[in-house]
Design a protein around this ligand. Structure first.
Ligand SMILES: Cc1cc2nc3c(=O)[nH]c(=O)nc-3n(C[C@H](O)[C@H](O)[C@H](O)COP(=O)(O)O)c2cc1C
Length: 216
């Protein structure tokens, strides 16, 4: 029985969110193919995890027997998030671009989950787990576009998810999502529509591939 950790972080709800729509399509395919599987769901916009604190951080470098009551409480919240990651056979993350980077709620989750000597370091505890990130954005930051150098979502997530947590990372990038609403982008609507279609197709294909890979 495989477990999927599904994280959304868009402030928009349901179909108003490209990343939520695509993660939902992935999850639906996953659940159809894997009815006996489990899904751990975190909606970081609806229920944000706390920002890292000095107690939560320093507790990661002290023996549990030496924790103050404040450190114990703060660290327990981190450990819960870490255990969810460690339990997961696969991870699915909706990561919309906000001001060229990830939502602060997703950053707060990462600040809790990255723990040297456990999830990070020489043998990261979730090493090798596949992670699919739906990196939606209003514009395009693809190679060769004028704003290529402003892309701090994929670059950053590559560094933390692969470089630090050791996960096996794959992206789905629904781009130009602002085109239907921004008259200045009207000529980009066909590219937006193509990107959206591809994102849904990719979500279904990748979910099927992942179910097969985990069953093998
Ligand atoms: C606070 C905020 C900041 C944003 N900043 C950017 C940005 O820097 N670049 C961009 O291309 N789109 C930006 N957008 C647009 C979103 O990336 C776009 O709406 C995308 O579809 C978000 O994913 P979602 O539909 O899952 O919410 C921003 C949206 C919000 C709400």
């Amino acid at each position: 029985m495989a477990t999927l950790l599904h994280i959304d972080s868009s402030v928009f709800h349901g179909e108003a969110s490209s990343s939520r729509s695509v993660t939902a399509a992935f999850r639906k395919t996953w659940e159809e193919r894997h009815p006996e599987g489990a899904v751990i769901y975190r909606d970081l916009a609806a229920n944000p995890v706390p920002h890292i604190t000095a107690d939560a951080w320093s507790a990661g470098y002290a023996a549990p027997t030496e924790h103050t009551p404040e450190q114990s409480a703060a660290f327990a919240a981190r450990v819960k998030l870490i255990e969810e990651l460690e339990q997961a056979d696969a991870v699915l993350i909706g990561a919309p671009m906000y001001n060229f980077s990830i939502p602060s709620t997703l950053k707060a989750w990462l600040d809790s989950v990255l723990l040297l000597g456990r999830t990070a370091g020489e043998t990261p505890s979730a090493q090798g787990a596949p992670v699919v990130v739906v990196a939606s954005r209003g514009g395009s930051y693809a190679p060769g576009t004028p704003r290529e150098g402003y892309e701090f979502v994929q670059n950053y997530l590559e560094a933390v998810l692969t470089g630090t947590l050791g996960l096996d990372l794959d992206f789905i990038v629904p781009e130009l999502t602002m085109a239907p609403r921004n008259p200045a982008m009207s000529e980009l609507v066909p590219l937006y529509e193509a990107s959206r279609k591809r994102a849904f197709e990719d979500a279904i294909t990748k979910a099927k591939e992942l179910v097969e890979r985990l069953a093998a």
